[in-house]
Design a protein. Structure first.
Length: 341
């Protein structure tokens, strides 16, 4: 039997639970501050509820879920509804979003200690929202392998859409050299040639700054951003030529051997001397230098990458990265609301 505790602000969650939440989300975020940042930067029209799940004998959460409610700021009433000017129900209409933005979490995440009953608890929570008259639309993501009936029976509009999230590269080789040999021969040769051209042709040097505040002052990030990264103990990898930084890679060590990297090219696209592939490969080079590293994650805007077409993952799949298949289910009770706001 699972016990549920809910919070309407990320700041209400007790500090003692944060390490366990970080472990539950170890493949999604490197630091709890990521959740705080998402919460604090959200529009005022959005409200959130965070769910922590506890086992009968555990005093630390064994599961986590996140639900957002946002007011419909547009006017989605039909003409006949507008004629009933005395009816103000539309001012309270909301859309439910069940997916932690920027992650491949889906509806929830549970640890091994959660035991049975987790799906029943999720359905119980959803059932309470389904009966609320103020919630007129549901936008919910779940993993392809999880068969959930989310679409409303009386929906005027509904659809399901596939989303492909970039998963981690799982460490199956001891060294970067062994990793390269595990790739297809064509990919191996391409990567090796890129490394050779980087040094021989372009005379570009690799830089490494374990502490973000030690990085070159010329990097184009504002002080606030650097402070946030510094709080997360982030480091920076750079491509440098003649004292100029051509691009960099943010490196944040997460929990349990998970490493997170985000590339930042500074060159103009049509004049780039450093290829997109080398940003990934330099990250992997540093990833393999840590004996305890387990999984390598690539981010964009501190979020997991998501694609509408599976083929768009091929660039990363060729280099050994995995993927996750999520299904978006949308339902609307309103005839004028045909897609998520």
């Amino acid at each position: 039997m699972l016990i549920v505790q809910q919070y309407h602000s990320i700041h209400e969650i007790e500090q003692e639970f944060i390490p366990s939440i970080e472990l539950l989300l170890e493949e999604e975020i490197p630091h709890f501050d990521f959740l705080i940042k998402k919460h604090d930067e959200s529009p005022e029209s959005e409200m959130f509820t965070y769910y922590l799940f506890f086992g009968p004998t555990q005093n630390q959460p064994v599961g986590f879920a996140h639900i957002g409610l946002q007011f419909l700021t547009g006017d989605f009433r039909t003409f006949s509804e507008k004629m009933k000017f005395w009816n103000k129900d539309h001012k309270h209409w909301k859309q439910l979003d069940w997916n932690l933005k920027g992650t491949s979490l889906g509806t929830d995440v549970f640890g091994q200690k959660a035991g049975i009953g987790s799906r029943e608890k999720i359905q119980e929570i959803l059932g309470k929202y389904l009966t609320r008259e103020d919630i007129v639309a549901f936008n919910i993501f779940h993993h392809k392998t999880t068969q959930e009936g989310y679409l409303l029976e009386n929906a005027q509009h509904s659809f399901k859409k596939d989303h492909y999230h970039l998963g981690p590269l799982v460490k199956t080789s001891n060294t970067y050299q062994e990793y390269l040999l595990s790739l297809e021969r064509e990919t191996q040769n391409e990567i090796k040639n890129l490394w050779k051209n980087l040094h021989r042709t372009h005379q570009i040097e690799l830089g490494e700054y374990p502490h973000i505040l030690e990085a070159p002052k010329s990097i184009p990030f504002d002080e606030k951003t650097l402070e946030i990264w510094n709080k997360m103990n982030a480091g920076l990898l750079t491509f440098e030529k003649e004292g100029k930084v051509l691009g960099c890679i943010l490196m944040i060590e997460g929990k349990n051997g998970n490493f997170f990297f985000e590339p930042f090219p500074f060159e103009a696209m049509n004049e780039s001397q450093v290829s997109d592939t080398l940003y990934i490969q330099y990250a992997l080079l540093k990833f393999f230098e840590h004996s305890y590293s387990r999984k390598c994650h690539i981010l964009k805007n501190l979020n997991k990458l998501s694609f509408q077409e599976k083929e768009d993952l091929s660039f990363f799949a060729d280099q050994g990265f995995t993927s996750k298949h999520l299904v978006q289910c949308f339902s609307s009770r309103l005839g004028t609301l045909k897609e998520p706001v």
